[in-house]
Ligand binder design. Structure first.
Ligand SMILES: [Zn+2]
Length: 467
C-alpha cells in the first residue's frame, strides 16, 4: 500500500482523504483514552480496538507508526468517585488506571506505544497555559485560567457549530464570556490532588491535558487525532483552539472519530447504561468481541446485545473450523496445485486490502476473508485435495489476514498439550459452569490466564490454548 492508496474519513473536512505522513514517513496518532474513575465499559473498547488495528494495518502497509493514547487521571469525576469510595483521589485513579490496562490487555491487541498520564505532564500543561496567557488567548480570573474563545478565529470548525449556537460548557463566575472554558481550575475544598502554578494552587482542565500530552508525545502537526464521536465538541474543538493557539501551527492533519456503542441508547456511565468490558470478556472470548466490533464500520452506530455477539461467535467458529479443516488436509495432502483455489484466495486477499485501505472498512475486509474461507472449504472437502505446498501457503494467507484483524487466535493450533495444573483448573471450571456458578467460572478463567493459558467456550465445550 502506498500513501495515496489508503484513505481515511477526516471529520474536519467531512470527506475521505489520503493517509497523511510526517516528514520522515511516520504516521503519528493520538487517541483520547478513558478517564480512570471506574472500570471501563465495553464502549471504551471500540476506539481501543479501532486504533490498535489501524496501527497494525498501517505497519503491515510499510509505515512506521507511533500510537499515543492517554489515561486521564486528574478530572472532576475522579474527585467525585474518590469521595464516594472514601479513598484519596490519586489512589483511586492509580487503581482504575491499572485495571484499565489489565482489562484492555485481555483483548490481546497489544498496547499503544505511549500511554501518557496527566499526573506526569503537569509541567508541560502549565507551560502551555502560560504560552496561551502570553499570547492573549487566556486570562486568569478568580484562581482559574480561562481560554478566550472569541480570540480564536477557527473555533467551531471541527464540530461545524457557530459561536452564537453554542452553550456554556464550563460554568465559572469570573469568566469574561460565557463560552470561555477552563484551562486551570483553582483548588476547591476537598480536592486532595493539586499542584502549585503561577495562578495559584489547583489542577488542569480536561481539554488542556490532552493538548499538552499530545504535544509532548508527538509534537505539532501530527498525522491523526482520534477518539469517540462524542468528543468532537467540546473536547476536540477545545484541543484545537489550545494547541494551535499556543503553537501557532496545526495540531493534527486528520481527525478520525468512531461512532458510539449503544445498549438501547448511548452507552455512558453517567446514564447508568453500561456493560463493563470485563463482564463482556467473562461472557465472550476476546476474539468474539473483536469480531463484533469489526462487523460494523467504525463510523456506524453499533448496538450491543446478545444476538449480535452470538452471531459474531458463529462467524469466529466458521473461520476456526476452516483452519482446522486445512490442518486435517495437511495431514493427508494431495499432489496437485489447484489453480481455482489459488485464484480465489488471491482475489480475496486483494479485496481484503482494498477494503481496509478504503476508510478502514472492516465489514468489507471480513466479507473478503469469508470468500477465501468458502474457497478453502470447497477445496479441502473434495476428494482431490490441494498439494501440501499450496495448503501451507493458503494457511499462511488466512493467518496473515486474521492477524491483521486481531483474530490471530482463530488460526492458532488447538492446545492438546496443556500442563496438568491448567487441565485441573479447566476441569473445575467445567463443573462450575455446569452448576451455573459463573462467578467461580470467571475466577477459574482468570487463574488459568495467570498460568499463561486462555480458555474459550465453544459449542464443543471449553477449548484451551496458550495466551
Ligand atoms: Zn482527549
Amino acid at each position: 500500500m502506498t500513501p495515496s492508496d489508503i484513505r481515511l474519513h477526516n471529520t474536519l473536512s467531512r470527506s475521505k482523504e489520503p493517509l497523511p505522513t510526517g516528514p520522515d514517513g511516520t504516521v503519528r496518532m493520538y487517541v483520547c483514552g478513558p478517564t480512570v474513575y471506574g472500570p471501563i465499559h465495553v464502549g471504551n473498547a471500540r476506539p481501543f480496538v479501532l486504533f490498535s488495528l489501524l496501527k497494525r494495518f498501517l505497519q503491515h502497509s510499510g509505515y512506521r507508526v507511533v500510537l499515543a493514547s492517554n489515561l486521564t487521571d486528574v478530572n472532576d469525576k475522579i474527585y467525585a468517585a474518590a469521595a464516594r469510595e472514601g479513598v484519596p483521589s490519586a489512589e483511586l485513579a492509580e487503581r482504575y488506571g491499572r485495571e484499565y490496562v489489565a482489562d484492555t490487555d485481555r483483548l490481546g491487541l497489544g498496547r499503544p506505544d505511549v500511554e501518557p498520564r496527566v499526573t506526569d505532564a503537569i509541567p508541560e500543561i502549565v507551560d502551555m497555559i502560560a504560552r496561551l496567557v502570553d499570547r492573549g488567548l487566556a486570562y486568569a480570573a478568580g484562581g482559574d485560567v480561562y481560554f478566550r474563545v472569541r480570540e480564536f478565529p477557527g473555533y467551531g470548525a471541527l464540530s461545524g457549530r457557530r459561536l452564537e449556537e453554542m452553550l456554556d460548557t464550563d460554568p465559572g463566575p469570573a469568566k469574561e464570556h460565557h463560552l470561555d472554558f477552563a484551562l486551570w481550575k483553582g483548588r476547591k475544598d476537598g480536592e486532595d490532588t493539586f499542584w502549585d502554578s503561577p495562578w495559584g494552587p489547583g489542577r488542569p482542565g480536561w481539554h488542556i491535558e490532552c493538548s499538552a500530552m499530545a504535544h509532548a508525545a508527538l509534537g505539532t502537526d501530527f498525522e491523526i487525532h482520534g477518539g469517540g464521536i462524542d468528543l468532537v465538541f467540546p473536547h476536540h474543538e477545545n484541543e484545537i483552539a489550545q494547541s494551535e493557539g499556543a503553537d501557532g501551527c496545526r495540531m493534527a492533519k486528520l481527525w478520525v472519530h468512531n461512532e458510539m456503542l449503544e445498549l438501547g441508547g448511548k452507552m455512558s456511565k453517567s446514564d447508568g447504561n453500561i456493560v463493563l468490558l470485563r463482564d463482556a470478556l467473562a461472557e465472550w472470548p476476546a476474539e468474539v468481541l473483536v469480531m463484533f466490533f469489526l462487523r460494523s464500520h467504525y463510523r456506524s452506530k453499533l448496538p450491543y446485545g446478545h444476538d449480535a455477539l452470538a452471531e459474531s461467535a458463529r462467524a469466529a467458529e466458521r473461520i476456526r473450523n476452516t483452519v482446522r479443516g486445512l490442518d486435517r488436509a495437511l495431514a493427508a495432502p494431495g499432489d496437485q496445485l489447484r489453480p481455482a483455489l489459488a485464484r480465489s484466495v488471491a482475489e480475496a486477499r486483494a479485496k481484503f486490502a482494498e477494503a481496509l485501505a478504503d476508510d478502514f472498512n472492516t465489514p468489507g475486509a471480513l466479507a473478503a476473508l469469508f470468500e477465501a474461507v468458502a474457497a478453502v472449504n470447497a477445496a479441502v472437502d473434495g476428494a482431490d485435495r490441494p498439494s501440501e505446498g499450496q495448503l501451507q501457503s493458503v494457511r499462511t494467507e488466512l493467518a496473515t489476514m486474521l492477524d491483521l484483524l486481531g483474530l490471530g487466535a482463530l488460526a492458532a493450533p488447538p492446545g492438546d498439550d496443556v500442563p496438568a495444573d491448567v487441565a485441573a483448573l479447566v476441569e473445575a471450571r467445567a463443573a462450575a459452569r455446569a452448576a451455573r456458578d459463573f462467578a467461580e467460572s470467571d475466577r477459574l478463567r482468570d487463574a488459568i490466564r495467570d498460568l499463561g493459558y486462555e480458555v474459550r467456550d465453544t459449542p464443543d465445550g471449553q477449548q484451551v490454548g496458550p495466551r
